[in-house]
Ligand binder design. Structure first.
Ligand code: NAP
Length: 260
């Protein structure tokens, strides 16, 4: 199936590691041009090199996405280099453990800045270019918005808002044929996930308990499986799909837990 992504310019935030890296690699494998935006230049360049070595096209912009000016810098750099933006993948985020009791008003606002504001800021600055290209947006959310997790108010609020913005932007952007969708991971082994599980009292026991409750094949979702859905939603093969929140989680969020 030709996804029609040849030479499409796609910005992937947090595209150097974990889920973002898998998305970047798959876009490039489909002939797209990836612009990785992330805070660590060495990580960004490592993934750019890997993509280029595999024959793909990619570049990167160092950006601390919690800063508004860095979001603008990402869009400006992509337009300067390629003259267009066809799609935006808002993916960067971190489950930063700012709880109701353990956090503070300042930490809560900082969590929103790091997990939510840049989704809006990048979409805002990219919009004229997305309009010109009749492009689209895919957000990466989290099952935490639907299930809660405890001790992570900032992250949960951000991911809930991302679901709401998916519907809101899908409506606002109808006149421009710009589609907006969100992919929801639940349990995906990435550097972020490893850090989170290691922060718990009995990490191995906890991991085994989580995995045993994942209905489909009692295994974690792979980053590549998240990337597959994301790239399909980016592509013209999903040209009448908008405002959707798609769970790629082996049934973890919605299926009857008594079956596993
Ligand atoms: P990851 O392994 O930590 O990779 C995320 C990348 O984004 C890292 O390179 C990180 O840089 C960068 N990044 C994060 N926040 C940034 C910021 N404010 N500015 C610039 N760069 C930033 O994370 P992941 O597990 O792949 O998660 C990707 C997305 O999936 C996130 O939105 C997360 O909420 C969501 N998600 C993941 C899971 C899961 O099971 N893994 C489950 C549900 C949702 P540093 O490494 O320098 O921090």
């Amino acid at each position: 199936m030709d996804l029609g992504l040849q030479d499409k310019v796609v910005i992937v935030t947090g595209g150097a590691k974990g889920i973002g890296e898998a998305i970047s690699r798959l876009i490039a494998a489909e002939g797209g041009i990836v612009v990785i935006a992330g805070r660590n230049e060495a990580d960004n360049e490592k993934t750019v090199s890997a993509i280029r070595n595999a024959g793909g096209k990619a570049s990167s912009v160092q950006a601390e996405l919690g800063k508004v000016e860095d979001c603008k810098k990402v869009i400006d750099a992509a337009v300067k280099e390629y003259g267009r933006i066809d799609a935006l993948v808002n993916n960067a985020g971190a489950n930063d453990g700012v709880g109701l009791e353990s956090g503070s008003p300042e930490k809560f606002m900082a969590s929103l800045q790091n997990n939510l504001s840049h989704y809006y800021n990048l979409a805002h600055y990219a919009l004229p270019h997305l309009k010109a290209a009749k492009g689209n947006i895919v957000n990466i959310g989290s099952k935490v918005a639907a299930t809660g997790q405890g001790n992570t108010s900032g992250y949960a609020a951000s991911k809930g808002a991302i679901n709401a913005l998916t519907r809101e932007w899908a409506v606002e952007l109808l006149p421009f044929s710009i589609r907006v969708n969100t992919v929801i991971p639940a349990e995906v082994w990435t550097p972020l996930y490893e850090t989170w599980i290691q922060s718990l009292p009995n990490p191995e026991e906890k991991l085994a308990s989580i995995v045993s409750k994942i209905p489909l094949e009692q295994r974690m979702t792979t980053s590549e499986e998240i990337a597959g859905m994301t790239v399909f939603l980016l592509s013209a093969r999903s040209s009448h799909t908008t405002g959707q929140i798609v769970y790629v989680d082996g049934g973890y969020t919605h299926l009857d837990r008594s079956i596993s």
